[in-house]
Write a protein that binds this ligand. Structure first.
Ligand SMILES: CC(C)(COP(=O)(O)OP(=O)(O)OC[C@H]1O[C@@H](n2cnc3c(N)ncnc32)[C@H](O)[C@@H]1OP(=O)(O)O)[C@@H](O)C(=O)NCCC(=O)NCCS
Length: 169
């Protein structure tokens, strides 16, 4: 697949990626990507806590999907399928800093939606920090709609919105 560097408005960046299941043993790589973004450090996440959390989630049955580019884990999604009834919940989505803006996040989100849709799961929910305007735009461009607010959700100074996309199945 050709990756388009949207931020530079050109098609000069061309790399191959392949999708793979994220296993608990890859939790450290996921944590490494998370540490590249101020989003997660604002929530007090550390490399070690990220690793432990991802390992635990996967061991408890959450699903993990990643994209590998040039031998490196470049993007990851951790998601479940039992939220608000039996709907999907995208718990974590991240793209390695050097790969941001090249279409990987969108490609991975498409794969997660396809995977859920094939299992007759029709809706995918996620939370997004209200100040994370880039991610909010990203989700809205992919058909997600804000359906609720969670002020001071995980910490007093951090407000979340609930987004949902319908019609996956
Ligand atoms: C949000 C994120 C997953 C998007 O992945 P991506 O691979 O950069 O996204 P794509 O290249 O498929 O799409 C680019 C779109 O993402 C959005 N975007 C968000 N952050 C961006 C950034 N730092 N640089 C460029 N685009 C960004 C823009 O809306 C852009 O749309 P545009 O083409 O209209 O400008 C990624 O930027 C990321 O990991 N951010 C940090 C973690 C995060 O916020 N996760 C979501 C938590 S709710």
């Amino acid at each position: 697949m050709k990756l388009v560097n949207r931020r530079k408005g050109c098609q000069s960046v061309s790399q191959n990626w392949h999708a793979e299941t994220i296993r608990p043993a890859m939790a450290e790589d996921v944590g490494r990507i998370m540490m590249q973004h101020p989003l997660w450090t604002r929530y007090g996440v550390t490399q070690e806590s990220a690793k432990q959390r991802v390992e635990l989630l996967l061991n408890q049955g959450e699903l993990g999907l990643g994209l590998r580019c040039d031998g490196k884990l470049a993007a990851f999604a951790i998601y479940g399928d039992k939220t608000f009834g039996d709907h999907g919940y995208l718990r974590l989505l991240g793209v390695g800093k050097m790969f941001v803006g090249h279409g990987l996040g969108g490609a991975l989100l498409d794969l997660v939606e396809k995977n859920l849709g094939e299992r007759q799961i029709d809706r995918l929910f996620c939370l997004c920090n209200l100040e994370n305007s880039g991610a909010l735009r990203f989700y809205q461009n992919h058909g997600y709609v804000v359906v609720g607010n969670l002020p001071s959700w995980s910490q007093p100074h951090l407000d979340e919105v609930i987004l949902v996309k319908r019609g996956l199945a």
